[in-house]
Write a protein that binds this ligand. Structure first.
Ligand SMILES: Cc1cc2nc3c(=O)[nH]c(=O)nc-3n(C[C@H](O)[C@H](O)[C@H](O)COP(=O)(O)OP(=O)(O)OC[C@H]3O[C@@H](n4cnc5c(N)ncnc54)[C@H](O)[C@@H]3O)c2cc1C
Length: 507
């Protein structure tokens, strides 16, 4: 599929390229592709430049082998929350609605495992050990303090969720918050309607926080802003795309009439009064393109590596200051989905250690071709540490650690292959995802607006320019805003794109 898109002109397949004004879109992730699609719908002639060898950016489905029956694993985005209306609109627009399936998330598969102080237990048996761990930890820091059963259940499960998902500093922040104020706040609300299980030893954190928004005041800055993501990621209202999330970007690219040029790395940008110069490296040659309009959908860390001129001081400042959190995923191609013998049909285990979370993707491929296991999903420092290792060392470490939970992995011939992506500082195309942890809603909006603000005819899109950073939803939202701005600005203007070899080094 990738090769057919390489420097691909849809009009060579018989589609007509619109005759309207021309725009260069930089980056073939979801933001760039949505921007390109929407601009073409409005009559613009669009060309997309992508530095990497594939489209989709941080939507990256890996297939262990050729053809649609190959086991697949998501190395980037893997789930769509049901309230992400832009994302679902494009799913529908691409005719993929029938391919949506429920996504079973962390703590939803009762037979999956959870790490406790005394080793791994099945989630269905985890309540008691988790509550014991929690009481023990609390007794060290607040000796003599006793909480009701309900409050202990709340503290134990919230700690388990945060320990599974959050980076180390937020795990510490949660413990501080619980001791200082959160448990006292929770003690003041009626927890009974939110307890689950025959013994009332589980808690529905989603219904609890929704019913008592005041509890958020008990979570300090960084944790408070991350809590939404934690609750979303463990929500029962999540979907996935059967056949792979990359059906979204490939579906969009398939609807474009203009070219999507892979292997075209942007290395310079210069904003001028009547347009933008874009310096592009492709096939060992550097050319400079002049465009009347550019939509830059590159992540800011990628943009920081590019020579830019003509940006004002505030734009340069926000370009430098937006923070990114690394993420690393390691996947194994297994001979068979051995976890099914343990009743695990999906969902995830909280494995902790260096590997943090292990997901069991749906076994959708042709039987006999094996199954994909998302052996490790980490963010923050743990992701950065794995990202700094060579792939070989990273895969070995994950295999050894996960082998303690699933000894089947250590059997000869069980692991047929391994693949990983470290979305961190070492990646040329992004450095993880935008975080605004610790910022107030007002500060978040100020940063978003500064990131998204166009500079003359250079428009910006990408999850970092949105109100939903680190989600596909945000990438789409930002693209729609950039397109609206460009259309408003471009109405009736003279427009064009030209390309030439750059002997004089115009940038
Ligand atoms: C591990 C992980 C898990 C995630 N899970 C989810 C999830 O479950 N659900 C969800 O909705 N979202 C998830 N996200 C977030 C989601 O993937 C992103 O928010 C979204 O895909 C970002 O799209 P974008 O277009 O802004 O950026 P990108 O997808 O990063 O696109 C930018 C493009 O620009 C290209 N580029 C970079 N530099 C250059 C250059 N110099 N020249 C030319 N091209 C260049 C890149 O190769 C890339 O294709 C996850 C992200 C990660 C990393």
């Amino acid at each position: 599929m990738h090769d057919t898109l390489r420097n691909w002109h849809a009009h060579s397949l018989g589609k007509a390229w619109p005759a309207g004004p021309r725009v260069l879109v930089l980056g073939a992730g979801m933001a760039g592709l949505v921007a390109a699609y929407e601009l073409e719908r409005r009559g613009y002639r669009v060309e997309v430049l992508e530095g990497g060898p594939r489209i989709g950016g941080r939507v990256h489905t890996h297939r262990f082998g050729p053809g649609p029956g190959a086991p697949a694993v998501e190395l980037g985005a893997m789930r769509i929350p049901t309230h992400h209306r832009h994302t679902l609109e494009y799913v529908r627009l691409l005719g993929l609605e029938g391919e949506l399936r429920p996504f079973t998330t962390l703590l939803s598969e009762e037979n999956a495992y959870l790490r406790t102080a005394n080793g791994f237990v099945r989630i269905r048996d985890a309540a008691r050990p988790l509550c014991e761990d929690f009481r023990r930890e609390l007794a060290v820091h607040r000796p003599g303090l006793h909480h009701t059963h309900e409050v202990t259940v709340f503290g134990a499960w919230l700690t388990a969720v945060v320990d599974a998902i959050a980076p180390p500093d937020l795990r510490e922040a949660l413990r501080d918050d619980l001791r200082r104020q959160l448990l006292d706040l929770v003690a003041g609300v009626d927890l009974l309607p939110h307890l689950r299980g025959a013994a009332g030893d589980r808690v529905d954190l989603h219904s609890l926080f929704a019913a008592h928004p005041g509890l958020r005041a008990g979570c300090s800055g960084r944790l408070g802003t991350f809590l939404d993501d934690i609750l979303t990621e463990t929500s029962p209202a999540l979907l996935r795309l059967h056949g792979g999330m990359d059906r979204l970007p490939y579906g969009l690219a398939g609807r474009l009439t203009g070219p999507v040029r892979l292997g075209h790395r942007v290395v310079g940008l210069r904003v001028r009064q009547h347009g933008v110069l874009v310096r592009v490296r492709a096939g060992g040659r550097t050319t400079v393109r002049h465009a009347d309009f550019v939509v830059c959908a590159l992540p800011f860390p990628a943009l920081r590596r590019i020579r830019v001129s003509g940006l004002d001081a505030d734009k340069l400042a926000v370009l430098d200051s937006v923070q990114y959190c690394p993420a690393t995923k390691v996947a194994f191609h297994c001979r068979e989905p051995f976890w099914r013998a343990y009743g695990i049909e999906g969902g995830a285990s909280y494995t902790g250690g260096s590997i943090r979370q292990t997901y069991y993707p749906a076994v959708d491929g042709i039987p006999g071709r094996g199954a994909a296991l998302l052996a490790s999903y980490t963010i923050g420092e743990e992701a950065a540490r794995l990202g700094r290792m060579s792939p070989r060392r990273r895969h070995r470490l994950v295999l050894e650690e996960l082998g303690a939970v699933h000894p089947e992995l250590l059997r000869p011939g069980m692991v047929l292959g391994a693949v990983s992506t470290a979305w961190g500082d070492g990646s040329p195309w992004s450095a993880g995802c935008t975080t605004r942890w610790g910022k107030s809603p007002e500060e978040c909006e100020v940063e978003r607006a500064r990131a998204a603000r166009p500079v003359n005819r250079l428009f910006f899109a990408g999850e970092h320019c949105s109100t939903a950073p680190a989600w596909i939803e945000g990438a789409i939202e930002s693209a729609l805003e950039a397109v609206d701005g460009l259309v408003a600005r471009g109405a009736g203007s003279r427009a064009g794109v030209s390309g030439h070899h750059d002997p004089a080094g115009a940038l």
